[in-house]
Design a protein around this ligand. Structure first.
Ligand SMILES: [Zn+2]
Length: 323
């Protein structure tokens, strides 16, 4: 009897040892390492992947995503990654190919199981009819179409779907979890979209100017009307002649707001503001642009709040006060 008991204890301890040594490391090692080019993609990937992913974003939210240093430390992150996600449409053309080249991880190269271009299936705006190569040669950094689509949360739902499919491809055993997380993310976006659009509704059609052409998707989402840009073409610095033209447009159309981003020089925008009396409004182009923007949802809370604040200080009246 005593002997039997000892066997039970040994068997039980062996079982525990098995659990600790085999199952626990397997569960921890089961997590997918996801590297994204931007913080917005990281936020969506974290929402869809949940506990099953570890996410790292290369570009910080306060950086211009067109121009990021291809640091060796990023290559090391990519070397160990199970999935790499980029925005696409040339946004990262100056730095992601260099990083992927240095990472020596064939799984995450375009065409590989661990590569995802988030723009797949996203309805695009401003796709040029001309030859992209010619446009690129002219310095246009939006030669493949406007890449700033994450600034419309409805398009963020398509990105979530793309990420759900990529994660399920890598770990089919967790497909149901990824699907549930993705559905939950999209449901929350729908709820918040109704709120954001309702808050912006009274100002539909309000004319504004932006420094860089980052905002056509936000414009479509909010109903604002962007009439001109401080940059004559995306990525091309303004000439004095162009600034005179912008000032003229703004005076003709009573434009009182210029949207800028934290990483652009304020000089030209300030000059225009001094001539027109317009206000500079610094919006966030990405998650973590400012400490309070911790998630993809915070990004729109912040930008909608900033716009409403700016309308009030610039004395802009609602265009649709009754709605
Ligand atoms: Zn751009």
């Amino acid at each position: 009897m005593k002997k039997d008991f000892r066997y039970y204890v040994i068997f039980y301890l062996f079982g525990l040892w098995l659990m600790v040594n085999i199952f626990t490391p397997a569960m921890a090692g089961d997590k997918l390492r996801v590297v994204t080019s931007t913080a917005d993609l990281a936020s969506i990937a974290a929402a869809v992947g949940g506990d099953q992913v570890e996410v790292f974003a290369i570009a910080k939210g306060y950086q211009d995503p067109h121009f990021v240093d291809a640091k060796p430390s990023y290559m090391i992150k990519l070397q160990k990654a199970d999935l790499f996600i980029q925005v696409g449409l040339d946004l990262e053309i100056g730095w992601v190919p260099l990083l992927l080249d240095g990472a020596r991880n064939s799984n995450i190269l375009p065409g590989g199981n661990g590569f995802l271009d988030a723009s797949v299936g996203v309805p695009l705006l401003q796709v040029p009819t001309g030859d992209p190569a010619t446009l690129r040669a002219q310095g246009d950094i939006h030669a493949a179409g406007n890449p700033h689509f994450w600034l419309d949360p409805r398009r963020g739902k398509q990105v979530a779907d793309n990420i759900y499919r990529a994660l399920s491809r890598l770990q089919p055993e967790h497909e149901a979890r990824f699907k549930a997380n993705c559905d939950d993310f999209k449901r929350r976006i729908d709820q918040k979209t109704a709120e954001w659009q309702q808050r912006m509704q009274p100002y539909r059609g309000t004319r504004i100017v932006a420094f860089h052409n980052s905002w056509p998707y936000f414009e479509e989402f909010t109903g604002l009307n962007i009439v001109d840009f401080v940059e004559p073409k995306p990525g091309i610095p303004p000439t004095p002649k162009h600034l005179v033209r912008v000032i003229g447009h703004m005076q003709e159309q009573d434009v009182r707001i210029i949207i800028i981003s934290p990483y652009y020089s304020k000089k030209s925008s300030e000059l225009i503001a001094s001539k027109t009396g317009a206000q500079l409004v610094e919006l966030a182009t990405s998650v973590e642009a400012y400490p309070e923007i911790r998630s993809y949802f915070d990004l729109f809370d912040y930008n909608v709040g900033k716009m409403l604040e700016a309308f009030a200080t610039a004395g802009i009246q609602p265009t649709n006060p009754s709605e």
